[in-house]
Structure formats: structure tokens, C-alpha cells
Design a protein around this ligand. Structure first.
Ligand code: NOJ
Ligand code: CA
Length: 514
């Protein structure tokens, strides 16, 4: 299991209210105890602050808020000793507008740096109809009247990947971190990078759904040249003992997504179908089956995602309160049973809901650029509650306020109280991960998906055993026949009797088969 660490919100080591590498380092034993195999750290680089670190000023440095390169090396060393690998986030589609290249490009339209971005000559209208995924036009003006392209915030100018200097520089960046012992990269906007060379209009009308990525963005995503970049990056990773690439490939069609993980490209590309599925059996069954089919076709493991830093927390997405929590727990058992590589977003193992962040504290450009129409992503980025007896223990005693406010009631989600509670979501994740490590049928092997009424079943066949994961997605209790013991249930309310169990709504169970 890969655990996604939102660095700014994970653990504050020095009391400035901002999560950092020292804080993360001090919490590595927690991750090892939980049963994590690797961690992916959201961007740790010096940034312009326009988009939660996804606007990078220096790709071969650490933001002083988080520590230093030496701190990162120390983290990687400690992690390795605990059997954990560290994966970094790399952002090749765009830089910060404060990156030295963009500054040079602004200063001189004829500079080599200007060729590394997409500029268009001054004119009244932008060069085409392309829209920013954060809202508004994808073109902004420079002080001297030129247009420049940014598919995200104006502080994130898109790089021109047809300029060889861009590719060469990223290769240096990859090696810089790989030489420091990291085990690979999560690649941001891996479906992007190249744009239609003729700058033709996108067809049809634009839908502002974040990361919808249907045909309405035909000119700004999934251009054929991009695959050559991943082939090159794969060959670099192959020079290192355990380096892997996982791509953020936000394309509507999973078969297209899987093409990014052909044997000579990235090792994995995220399957976001479950992240986007409502609590509906047809959506879940299709989400699982289509991912198994698409990735099976190219021979890559499926990278399952239920939560990340861009999406409302599952508990809230699935209805909130007790029902949302029950469903999030059931969904976790489903994901952790499936063959492939699950990604767990920090805090999901605590069953955190989406936090209510007051508007004035919000930072997400999605909120601000939409004039407050779109809520933005701050609510899933609120710091982790560690300790119930002492505030929430995100920062050491006497620290300043955390960078995003933590709801007072989050004490009840704290790691320290959940550790002691046999029925907590944290205990459930830990048990599930231990079983997953112990059973060949869980997490690897062959899976068959079926539905009957409201029950989704995934039958997982391992070396010498099989396990069924059943999820009751309906409103009534369902009686299920069993031929072996219950390995784990997402609730303590599953009633077993000889040969059958009563599975309540919104719950999942792992059943061994004799
Ligand atoms: C995807 C990242 O997950 C998201 O947080 C970011 O805003 C965009 N890429 C742009 O870098
Ligand atoms: Ca700090």
C-alpha cells in the first residue's frame, strides 16, 4: 500500500504550524506500524504558493518550510531502515511563474527561456478558446502584452515540451532525487505536457468539472508525443534498483489511461474511477471491472484510489456521519482486497470527514478563481489529528496556529485514541493491511467481479486459497452463505451463524473459502 503524505498537513516538527520533513520523519514508525509499503510525498519544493506546492520554483531543492535536502535524505534513510520507500511528486507540465526560466522569459521575449513556455504575440483576444481547469481562460497577459498559457492557475505557466531543453532539465531533476535514494515519482498531469501544435480550439463547450477530461479537452491533453517522455523516464528509472513511476492520468477512458503503463512506460497510472464513483453498486462494479480489464490488457497492476488531496473525503462523499463512515470503511476493505497497488490518502485511515474551512482561511485557487462558487480542496487538506489529550498534537506544545484551522471536534479522530480502540477505522485499516500481507489471495492474484441484488462480490484467488470480499451497497441486511471463516468485517455488527452471515447495509466482509 502506498500512503499519500500531504506534507504541509502531516506533522509539524518545529512548531511553526506547517507540516515538515522532521515531523514526517518522527512519524515514520506510525506508518510502519500501520503496514505501509511506500509513501508518496506531495510537492516539497520551493513554490510560488499559487496551488498547494504544484507551482515549483526550484525542482532540485526543498522548501525551507519543510526543511532541507539533507532532511529529505535523512527521511529516506530512516524510511528504508523501516522497510518503507519514499516516492516524490514531480510536476513537469508547468512551473511557477517565479521559476527563473519564466522570469527570464518575461524579461526577454527572445531569450532561450521564452521558448520553453507557450507565448503568443500581443493581440486583443487570446489565441484560442482553451480554458483553465481552475476556471477562466487558460491564457493570461504578460506585463508587455504577450499571452502565455496556463492550464491551471496564472501562477503555473505551461512548459513547452517541444523544446529539448525542457526534457533535458527534467532528466537532471529525476537523477538528482534518484541519486539521493528516493524510489521514484508520482507524475503530475502526466496526460498533459504536449498541446496541439496548431493551437486549435478545443471542440464543443467546456465543462468546468475539475479533471473531467473528456473530448472537450482534445487539444490540451493526451497528445501522442507524451508517451515518448514516459519511455525515456522509464529507461532512467531502470538504471536504479527500485525506482518506479506512477502517473496522474486524468482521462475519462481507462483504456487510454492504461496505455501510459505499457511495459516500457510508467509502472502505474492511477485509476480514479472509484474516487469519482457515488455509492452505487453499478458504478463500483464497473469501476473495478473496467480497471481490471484495462490494466490487464497492458500487463500493469491497477493503482486504486479512493481519496486524495483533490477530492472531498470519502466519509463526506458517501453521505457523511455514521452512514458515510460505514461506507468509507466498507470501500476500504474492497480496495484493500483487490489485486494491485492501493493508494491511501493520509487521514483516510482515521475516517476523517471533509473539514469545514471558513472561506477567509481558504487557499485553493479553485475557490478563489470561481468567485467562491466551487468549494475548493482545502477541506481535505486540513492537518492530521495525532493526539486527543493535548490539542490534536499536529504541532509541538506552544506552537503557532496550524496553517489551516483544525476543527475542534477532530480530537475524537486522533491517532492516539483510535490506536486503543478495537473498533476504530484505524484498527480496521491496520488489520486489513496485515491480512493483505499474509494472504496471497488479497492484494494480488486473480479477481472476479459479480453483483447480485445490492451485494457486490469480488472473488480473489491466490496461490492456494481464495477470499471473497462482499459489499452490501443496499439499504437492507442481506443473508450470505459462507464456506469458511470471516477474516475481517468493516463493522462489528456482522452476525455469523453456521454456514451464513447477516451482512448489514453499508458494510463489507472478507470471507475465506474452504
Ligand atoms: C494535479 C494535482 O493533484 C493538483 O493538486 C494540482 O492542482 C494539479 N495537478 C496541477 O498541478
Ligand atoms: Ca514546521
Amino acid at each position: 500500500m502506498v500512503y499519500q503524505v500531504y506534507l504541509r498537513s502531516f506533522a509539524d516538527g518545529n512548531g511553526d504550524g506547517i507540516g515538515d520533513l522532521a515531523g514526517l520523519r518522527s512519524r515514520l514508525p506510525y506508518l510502519a506500524w500501520l503496514g505501509v509499503d511506500a509513501l508518496w510525498i506531495n510537492p516539497h519544493y520551493p513554490s510560488g504558493g499559487a496551488d498547494g506546492g504544484y507551482d515549483i520554483v526550484d525542482y532540485r531543492a526543498v522548501d525551507p518550510d519543510y526543511g532541507s535536502v539533507a532532511d529529505l535524505e535523512a527521511l529516506v534513510g530512516d524510511a528504508r531502515r523501516l522497510g518503507l520507500r519514499v516516492i516524490l511528486d514531480v510536476v513537469p507540465n508547468h512551473t511557477s511563474d517565479r521559476h527563473p526560466w519564466f522570469r527570464a522569459a518575461l524579461a526577454d521575449p527572445d531569450s532561450p527561456e521564452a521558448a520553453r513556455y507557450h507565448f503568443a504575440p500581443p493581440s486583443d483576444e487570446p489565441p484560442n478558446n482553451w480554458q483553465s481547469l481552475f476556471g477562466g481562460p487558460a491564457w493570461s497577459r504578460t506585463p508587455d502584452g504577450r499571452w502565455y498559457l496556463h492550464l491551471f492557475a496564472p501562477g503555473q505557466p505551461d512548459l513547452n515540451w517541444r523544446d529539448p531543453a525542457v526534457a533535458a532539465d527534467f532528466e537532471q531533476t529525476l537523477r538528482f532525487w534518484l541519486d539521493r535514494g528516493v524510489s521514484g515519482f508520482r507524475v503530475d498531469v502526466a496526460y498533459g505536457l504536449f498541446k496541439d501544435p496548431g493551437l486549435r480550439d478545443n471542440p464543443g463547450s467546456y465543462s468546468p468539472t475539475l479533471f473531467g477530461h473528456g473530448p472537450e479537452q482534445a487539444m490540451t491533453r493526451d497528445q501522442p508525443e507524451v508517451h515518448d517522455v514516459w519511455r525515456r523516464w522509464r529507461s532512467i528509472c531502470d538504471e536504479y534498483p527500485d525506482a518506479m513511476l506512477v502517473g496522474e492520468v486524468c482521462l475519462a477512458d481507462l483504456e487510454q489511461v492504461a496505455l501510459y503503463s505499457r511495459p516500457d512506460e510508467m509502472h502505474q497510472s492511477f485509476s480514479f474511477r472509484l474516487l469519482k464513483s457515488p455509492w452505487e453498486i453499478a458504478a463500483f462494479a464497473d469501476g473495478v471491472q473496467s480497471a481490471l480489464d484495462a490494466f490487464g490488457e497492458v500487463g500493469a497492476p491497477v493503482s486504486w484510489v479512493l481519496g486524495n488531496h483533490d477530492k472531498d473525503r470519502q466519509v463526506t462523499r458517501f453521505g457523511g456521519g455514521a452512514v458515510g463512515t460505514a461506507r468509507a470503511r466498507a470501500a476500504a476493505l474492497l480496495m484493500l482486497a483487490l489485486p494491485g497497488s492501493p493508494y491511501v490518502y493520509a487521514g483516510d485511515e482515521l475516517g476523517l470527514p471533509q473539514a469545514v474551512v471558513p472561506d477567509e482561511a481558504k487557499l485553493d485557487p479553485i475557490f478563489w478563481r470561481s468567485g467562491g462558487v466551487r468549494a475548493g480542496r482545502d477541506g481535505c487538506r486540513v492537518p492530521m489529528p495525532w493526539n486527543a489529550s493535548d490539542g490534536v498534537g499536529f504541532s509541538p506544545d506552544g506552537a503557532v496556529e496550524p496553517w489551516l484551522p483544525i476543527p475542534a471536534e477532530w480530537e475524537r479522530f486522533a491517532v492516539s485514541s483510535q490506536t486503543r480502540d478495537g473498533g476504530s477505522t484505524l484498527t480496521l485499516y491496520r488489520r486489513a493491511l496485515a491480512l493483505r500481507a499474509a494472504h496471497s489471495a488479497l492484494g494480488s492474484g486473480e479477481a472476479t467481479v459479480s453483483t447480485r441484488g445490492d451485494v457486490l462480490t469480488v472473488r480473489c484467488v491466490g496461490d492456494d486459497e481464495s477470499v471473497r470480499c462482499l459489499v452490501n451497497m443496499g439499504a437492507g441486511t442481506v443473508l450470505v452463505r459462507t464456506s469458511g471463516p470471516v477474516l475481517l468485517a468493516s463493522t462489528t455488527h456482522v452476525k455469523t451463524s453456521a454456514g451464513s452471515i447477516a451482512l448489514p447495509p453499508n458494510t463489507a466482509v472478507w470471507l475465506a473459502e474452504d
